[in-house]
Design a binder for this molecule. Structure first.
Ligand code: FAD
Length: 254
């Protein structure tokens, strides 16, 4: 599989940096083609602003980001850094996002990559979303390192269940833009990891990656799959399990 890894950590000697090496080496030894976007090394500009639309937007005039984004994307006038990342996205069959969990989400530099690369007309503002859209047919997976312990991210854990914490990325960014999302790979208590702990996680990750082509995706309900009242985007009554509320309702059970 053609795999793009979008990587966000400021130091390649980090736990994340070491995990990245494991990922690249496992995927390549299994015959996959791999490209890495190393956001800090690339000095990625994380904020979207009028400099993103140098040709189609008159500098100093009022900026409506989605409108300008659509205009620049459809007329091929986005900046080169964004175009290069969009080309990688178009090339990729699997996109891995690897990052340390910072404030229960991705580091700002990676959020900025999504904001700029998933431009209107490609990542959003299409007639279809949630299971359809510009990135339909691609798979996506998160590799996340957390400082908190696993119990903190369990069903009754104080941080909230890890699948809920990652829901807005997995469901509302990746599935939204059409990708099929694989279960996330997460390490816990990462700040306290010894080399032995690292090796255990690395082995688990290598094993996951060996089976990457057959891993069952998260069964998010497609917007156009008949489960939602359209317009409105509301899950039809009775599709949830008794008592089920919140994010879980948007995942099919069998
Ligand atoms: P590093 O600091 O690079 O390494 C961690 C440990 O692994 C070190 O002791 C290192 O020596 C050891 N190690 C063992 N083997 C290796 C090896 N082979 N290579 C490299 N290192 C190795 N956590 C949460 O759970 N939720 C949050 O919301 C959250 N928010 C945060 C916000 C900020 C701004 C910051 C700075 C941290 C936050 N954290 C949070 C913690 C954060 O998720 C962890 O600090 C991070 O996941 C650790 O990953 P790292 O790659 O930076 O680890």
């Amino acid at each position: 599989m053609k795999t793009l890894i979008v990587f966000a950590h400021p130091d390649e000697r980090s736990f994340n940096g070491s995990l990245l090496k494991e990922t690249v080496s496992q995927l390549e030894s299994d015959g996959h083609e791999v490209k890495v976007t190393d956001l800090y090394k690339q000095h990625w500009k994380s904020q979207i602003d009028e400099d993103d639309f140098p040709v189609t937007h008159e500098k100093g005039s009022r900026l409506v980001v989605a409108v300008e984004s659509q205009k620049a994307y459809s007329s091929h006038h986005l900046t080169l850094d964004v175009v290069e990342e969009q080309e990688k996205m178009k090339w990729a069959e699997l996109v891995i996002f690897q990052f340390p969990l910072w404030w229960f989400s991705m580091p700002a530099i990676m959020k900025g990559w999504v904001e700029r690369v998933f431009s209107a007309g490609l990542g959003y503002a299409l007639p279809d979303r949630y299971g359809a859209g510009g990135f339909e047919g691609k798979k996506a997976m998160l590799i996340v390192t957390a400082g908190g312990g696993e119990s903190n991210y369990s069903a009754r854990g104080i941080n909230g269940p890890i699948d809920d914490v990652l829901h807005l990325i997995n469901h509302n960014m990746l599935f939204y833009s059409g990708m099929t999302v694989l279960p996330s790979f997460v390490t816990y208590k990462t700040d306290y990891a010894t080399e032995e702990v690292f090796q255990n996680y690395a082995a688990k990750l290598r094993n996951t990656l060996k089976n990457i082509e057959t891993i069952e995706p998260i069964k998010y309900r497609k917007q156009s799959g008949g489960d939602y009242v359209i317009p409105g985007g509301i899950l039809k009554e009775g599709l949830e399990r008794p008592g089920e509320t919140g994010f879980d309702m948007h995942i099919q059970k069998d």
